[in-house]
Design a protein around this ligand. Structure first.
Ligand SMILES: [Zn+2]
Length: 320
């Protein structure tokens, strides 16, 4: 995927193209913004552009040369995209079991960064979910991003820059990625064969993130066949996956959708007493979100939250 195919990130792309044009590439960058707005795609397009053997006049990678193809296939020896899949393969573990970025993963990258480039003009090391670096891993990374060898670039991708170590942040140039508009999210979902009505409904609650939007669209599809009656909250809970790892992100997004609706009602509410009730309800949802991070059963939590919202006159059947 070239820069031109990535929607809604013109500002970040313009900055990155300037680095390519001038050859003044920051040795370490943080790409930050909501999940699912194109940070990883752009990091890889940037790696291709830096190494393309046939770079276009507009700094677009050709997508045809050996370097572009190898980076696309993630087989290029000098460009490593370290996400949970990379770590799972490295540690011979399941991808679903990865919760954070461990020191072994960072060591694997730093070791590679010290070796002579096999084929690339620029070595590029990308760490996905960099906010999940454990402190030991972040500390192990520090001196490498501070004094990287020539023509080496580190890109840390993060949807929670604010939680990252300040020692890391201060050594990286931050590149901000904007939340996507409802319109662009709808288009991206439709490009992925999701029908317009569903795409639009999902986009409204997605908070600028296609990752959220895809999750919401799949949830709405799951719940579409459910009976719209008094047992709706229970049916939703029963239709959630049984495993903690699969249910948790779905419940998290349900809580977010309900909280958005409650917040919207709170903003529009004129009656003081009702407004106070809604404010309290928002507090309850903050608590539910915290409980979800603990090991409380997600299904139970979802049902409790839905019933609570219903009791406060939130039309949950309209949302889900
Ligand atoms: Zn190329």
């Amino acid at each position: 995927m070239s820069f031109a195919q990535i929607k809604g990130q013109d500002f970040a792309i313009k900055n990155l193209k300037k680095f390519i044009q001038t050859g003044k590439v920051p040795p370490a960058m943080i790409f930050y913004g909501p999940a699912g707005v194109g940070k990883a795609k752009i990091a890889l397009a940037f790696a291709r552009a830096l190494n393309c053997q046939n770079l276009g006049a507009d700094f677009e990678p050709c997508e045809m040369c050996q370097s572009c193809k190898q980076i696309e296939m993630q087989t290029h020896p000098d460009i490593i995209f370290a996400d949970y899949a990379y770590q799972a393969a490295l540690l011979k573990e399941e991808v679903d079991d990865q919760q954070n970025i461990k020191i072994e993963t960072v060591r694997s990258l730093t070791t590679a960064s010290q070796q002579k480039a096999v084929a690339a003009k620029w070595k590029v090391f990308i760490i996905d979910k960099a906010e999940r670096l454990v402190p030991a891993a972040a500390n192990a990374l520090l001196k490498f991003i501070e004094e990287p060898p020539q023509n080496t670039v580190w890109i840390l991708i993060s949807s929670k820059r604010e939680t990252m170590l300040s020692t890391i942040k201060s050594r990286c140039q931050s590149i901000s990625f904007a939340p996507l508009s409802t319109q662009i999210i709808t288009e991206i979902l439709q490009d992925n064969y999701i029908e317009k009505d569903l795409a639009q409904k999902a986009a409204v609650f997605a908070e600028g993130s296609t990752e959220n939007a895809f999750l919401i669209a799949s949830l709405l599809e799951d719940f579409a066949p459910l009976d719209r009656d008094a047992s709706f909250a229970t049916q939703v809970a029963l239709n959630l996956p049984r495993t903690l790892a699969q249910a948790r992100p779905k419940v998290n997004i349900i809580l977010d959708m309900l909280a958005q609706k409650i917040h919207k009602n709170w903003l529009n509410e004129q009656d003081e007493k009702t407004k106070n009730k809604l404010a309290k309800l928002i507090q309850d949802f903050v608590f539910y979100k915290k409980a979800l991070k603990q090991n409380v059963a997600p299904q139970m939590l979802a049902e409790a939250a839905l019933v609570k919202a219903e009791n406060s006159n939130i039309n949950i059947q309209e949302i889900l």
